[in-house]
Design a protein around this ligand. Structure first.
Ligand SMILES: [Zn+2]
Length: 392
């Protein structure tokens, strides 16, 4: 057994065994271009399935299968299978879809199959590694009904009187103080005070159903926070999940505000913030979720990525009106608290508690009120834009 393992390791490290680094794919949707690196650790070129979002596709997980939707066309995939189902027929790729480290990868040849199934919306050049979607045609295809041959599965339109669910998640709590400022201000108390005000402000409007994952100084496990949100949501009910936190840095000079949506952490700074926020799990008694949970959650969350990133931008815009800054922008990270909430979800860092000036600001009731008003406005902005899109 050991000899075999040594042989495999030796073989894998021989020069020439690993394919040469190939050029990244350029995924173009109108003027937007996203560069995506190919991986070949399974022995064939593949890209993360989430990269298809850059082409305006929707990726969702349903009953063990992956469904990719592009302009009203649906294509089905399955992890560990080379099969692609489109219009009731199944094609076989040369290699299977696979998952590794919580990420699902599709062989790059899937891009050509998706192009074939897209009815001309998507064109793919495997030589130059360019995949281009006609954004204007995609927009009009998405607004026209899908052909009868393909079962369309639109979400049932919510009745006009449906209240929008807003889940407010005050970071940390109980034995977990979160970050602590130089003057002793605890993050858990700031997040609770601001969260309560956001909830009160939104409750003034009868169109909102507002829930808090905690409304007192108590510890709620990270994974339970999203789970509660899902339980509170009625089928088809419009919903948002807002997690409120304060940032901290070993450099006391750092200041500003930033908003995250769920994805792989893209920068060292995003990884730092993710590690800090996920460290709350050390206070939890229950074991963490299995890797499989994460894969399934990741896929179900994917369909909300675009809405989440749009919403993160709206919140940044609202904070910019009142916050001394700097505006540190919209960022991506794989926060445990966002993984389990199957709705648009963001985590906002409203300021650095590790900076003396921002600590004073965060501890001040009037400033908390100001920040809460902007966050509530950011929630209203999201629904206003979403409902305008639906109505047009
Ligand atoms: Zn925090």
């Amino acid at each position: 057994m050991r000899a075999l393992l040594v042989l495999i390791l030796t073989f894998a490290t021989l020069p020439g065994f690993l394919p040469a680094q190939s050029a990244p794919w350029r995924l173009q949707a109108g003027a937007d271009v996203t560069s995506v690196a190919e991986v070949s650790d399974a022995g064939y070129p593949a890209i993360p399935v989430s990269a298809l979002l850059s082409l305006g596709a929707r990726v969702s997980y349903a009953g063990g299968d992956i469904v990719v939707r592009l302009g009203g066309r649906e294509v089905g995939l399955r992890v560990d299978s080379p099969g692609v189902t489109a219009e009731g027929r199944t094609l076989l790729m040369g290699s299977p879809v696979y998952s590794r480290g919580g990420v699902v990868y599709v062989p790059t040849e899937f891009l050509r199959i998706l192009a074939g199934a897209s009815g001309g919306l998507l064109s793919v050049d495997p030589q130059t590694h360019v995949a281009r979607v006609d954004a204007a045609a995609l927009a009009s295809a998405a607004s026209t009904p899908a052909p009868a041959a393909i079962p369309a599965t639109p979400a049932p339109a919510p009745p006009a009187q449906t209240r929008r669910l807003v889940v407010i998640d005050a970071g940390h709590g109980g034995v977990d103080p979160g970050a602590v400022g130089p003057n002793g201000t605890r993050e858990k108390m700031v997040t609770l005070a601001v969260s309560r005000r956001v909830a009160e402000l939104l409750r003034d409007d009868p169109r909102f159903e507002v829930r808090m994952t905690r409304d007192r100084d108590t510890l709620i496990a990270l994974r339970d926070r999203g789970r509660f949100a899902n339980q509170w949501r009625d089928e088809g009910q419009p919903a948002l999940f807002l997690s409120i936190h304060c940032n901290a840095h070993t450099s006391r000079a750092e200041t500003g505000y930033e908003t995250y949506f769920l994805s792989e952490a893209r920068t060292a700074d995003a990884r730092r913030v993710q590690q800090m926020e996920d460290a709350a799990a050390q206070y939890e008694e229950r074991p963490r979720g299995t890797g499989l949970d994460f894969i399934l959650s990741d896929l179900r969350q994917n369909q909300y990525l675009r809405e989440s990133s749009d919403w993160a931008q709206m919140i940044q815009n609202r904070l910019r009106e009142v916050h001394p800054g700097p505006n540190r922008g919209v960022k991506q990270a794989g926060f445990a608290v966002l993984v389990g909430a199957f709705m648009p979800a963001v985590l906002v860092e409203i300021g650095f508690i590790s900076n003396r000036a921002e600590e004073s600001m965060l501890a001040d009731a009037q400033q908390q009120e100001t920040i809460a008003r902007q966050l509530a406005a950011g929630v209203r902005d999201f629904f206003q834009v979403a409902e305008r899109r639906q109505g047009s």
